[in-house]
Ligand binder design. Structure first.
Ligand SMILES: Nc1nc2c(ncn2[C@@H]2O[C@H](COP(=O)(O)OP(=O)(O)OP(=O)(O)O)[C@@H](O)[C@H]2O)c(=O)[nH]1
Ligand SMILES: [Mg+2]
Length: 262
């Protein structure tokens, strides 16, 4: 069961970059012995960003990324030069990924479109250079702001959308068999209930080079919603499909009854 490469939940420690310090600098040149302040601002620290990418179907590529750390912003320079921004860290996620705060469990955002980006942990702001602090009473401020610290937050990335079509049926109904003949997926098939313990995904091609994704979901039995069978944990896989295909074997004694139970 552990060879399943279906990953729909990852917890990642995200640290955004610290902002660069503002510069404390007074203008000096061959012609100006005592120029005014010209310290530039620090660049902001790198954000942690999630970006929707339709190439991905699961979160398996993030399974072993426990820490994601964005770069610090650079300090400001003389002549009012702003420091460079810290490089952002971008996590590519499948469409239908939701992001939760790991501490509160609260859903913070959802990615539904290809290329859609959300900042999940913003980088620290860069500090202001001393040029910002000049005034009529203090023409040569000798201070500048430091950059703000980045933040460290644990985030949970969870896949909400599983597939276009989800196969729902009793254990041993033949769901994995159907997926194996319609797609190139090779799910385990066996003549006993609860062979499938985690969803299998398969891509089904049809005319004009189009395709959709079908998910083979673990079998459910009457009372699954009260925790019977594999329990309610995997029932969430069912609500995450655009369409549900109920599979009832043709040789079932009471087809309508079985369908109603499902
Ligand atoms: N006679 C017959 N047997 C089938 C058919 N489809 C599947 N089977 C057999 O039924 C058994 C169960 O098939 P699976 O595809 O593993 O069933 P499943 O619904 O995925 O079962 P779980 O993963 O345990 O929920 C296997 O022994 C299959 O060979 C069919 O159309 N006709
Ligand atoms: Mg199966």
């Amino acid at each position: 069961m552990s060879d399943n490469n279906f990953v729909d939940y990852v917890k990642i420690c995200c640290r955004s970059g610290k902002g660069g310090a503002g510069s404390m600098h007074l203008h000096r040149s061959k012609l100006t012995a005592k120029g005014g302040p010209d310290g530039g601002d620090g660049g902001r620290g790198g954000h942690i960003i999630v970006r929707g990418d339709k190439q991905f179907w699961t979160l398996i590529h993030l399974k072993y990324r426990k820490h994601v750390i964005a770069k610090e912003g650079e300090g400001g320079g003389s002549s009012n030069k702003t420091g460079a921004e810290g490089k952002d860290e971008i996590l590519h996620v499948p469409l239908g990924t939701i992001i939760r705060d790991a501490e509160t469990g609260e859903v913070e955002c959802e990615i539904t479109e290809d290329g859609e980006e959300k900042i999940i942990v913003p980088g620290g702001r860069g500090g202001l250079g001393n040029d910002h602090f000049k005034s009529s009473t203090n023409q040569t401020p000798m201070y500048a702001q430091p950059g703000l610290e980045g933040k460290t937050e644990w985030k949970i990335l969870e896949l909400k959308v599983l597939a276009d079509v989800g196969l729902v049926g009793f254990p041993n109904a033949g769901k994995s068999t159907l997926l194996s003949v319609l797609s190139a997926a090779k799910p385990e098939i066996a003549n006993y209930p609860f062979t499938t313990l985690a969803p299998n995904l398969g891509i089904i091609k049809y005319r004009d080079y189009k395709s959709f994704v079908m998910a083979d979901i673990p079998g459910i039995i009457e009372g699954a919603s009260e925790g019977k069978g594999l329990g309610i944990r995997f029932l969430r896989h069912i609500e995450r499909n655009s369409t549900l295909l109920f599979l009832v074997p043709a040789d079932t004694n009471d087809i309508i009854k079985e369908y109603k139970i499902l």
